[in-house]
Design a protein around this ligand. Structure first.
Ligand code: ZN
Length: 230
């Protein structure tokens, strides 16, 4: 009798344990961090009008990403706006549809083993990716701020930001992104023509830093008149 009674008393505790699956807290923490970063990017004018999308790796095997749901005002992002997707962008947690560009995030994570991928649509990246498209990319060289990119130790570093033709066919575009990342190892980001910037990092903080560095440098180039290549 006593034993049965104790079992009954423990039931609520067992239910609580079942709900505190460690993947729940990893997802919740990652979604909170991503939404905070998204709101700060909106405040900087880098992801206006529902543009941009953000992701972070939750697990590698199997591959699981926390990624923005589509069509959201990034100024009001909350953790509930994030989905967990697998490597084919099927939703395994959350309500909503992933951004069409989530396929690009998966391609980047696979090719460069990124822990987080951030995508912005700033004025600066839109201008530069149009004016430099015929050159195939933009060179960033001689700036102290380059040292904010992972592995860069000197302002003399030459960072090449490839420019890829934009597309609405994400399968085809993901293939071109993968090919570019294999052919030009060591880059920290790329531009889609008249669309925006993709960058990444080993973790979310590094990816955020890369957005700040690259957006800063693109703004410098445009403001200093370098948006018109010779
Ligand atoms: Zn985009």
């Amino acid at each position: 009798m006593k034993k049965t009674k104790r079992r009954v008393e423990r039931k609520p505790a067992q239910q609580i344990n079942r709900h505190s699956d460690p993947t729940d807290s990893v997802f919740a923490g990652t979604a909170a961090d991503l939404s905070e970063i998204g709101r700060s990017f909106y405040a900087r004018g880098w992801v206006l009008g529902t543009s941009g999308n953000f992701s972070a790796v939750l697990s590698r095997e199997p591959l699981r990403l926390a990624v923005t749901s589509t069509g959201l005002d990034k100024g009001n992002l909350t953790p509930e706006h994030f989905l967990e997707v697998d490597d084919a962008v099927n939703v395994v947690r959350g309500n909503g549809r992933p951004s069409a560009e989530a396929l690009l995030h998966v391609a980047i994570v696979r090719c460069v083993h990124a822990g987080a991928v951030l995508h912005t649509h700033s004025v600066w990246s839109t201008v530069l990716s149009g004016t430099h498209a015929s050159h195939g990319g933009v060179a960033l060289e001689g700036f102290e701020m380059l040292k904010g990119l992972e592995g860069v130790r000197t302002h003399k570093h030459r960072e090449w930001l490839p420019i890829l033709e934009n597309s609405q066919d994400m399968v085809e575009l993901a293939d071109r992104v993968s090919k570019t990342l294999r052919e030009i190892p060591g880059i920290h980001g790329f531009l889609l023509k008249e669309h925006g910037l993709y960058t990444w990092g080993r973790n979310l903080q590094e990816a955020k830093r890369h957005v700040e560095i690259l957006e800063f440098l693109m703004e410098v180039l445009v403001r200093s008149g370098a948006a018109h290549p010779a």
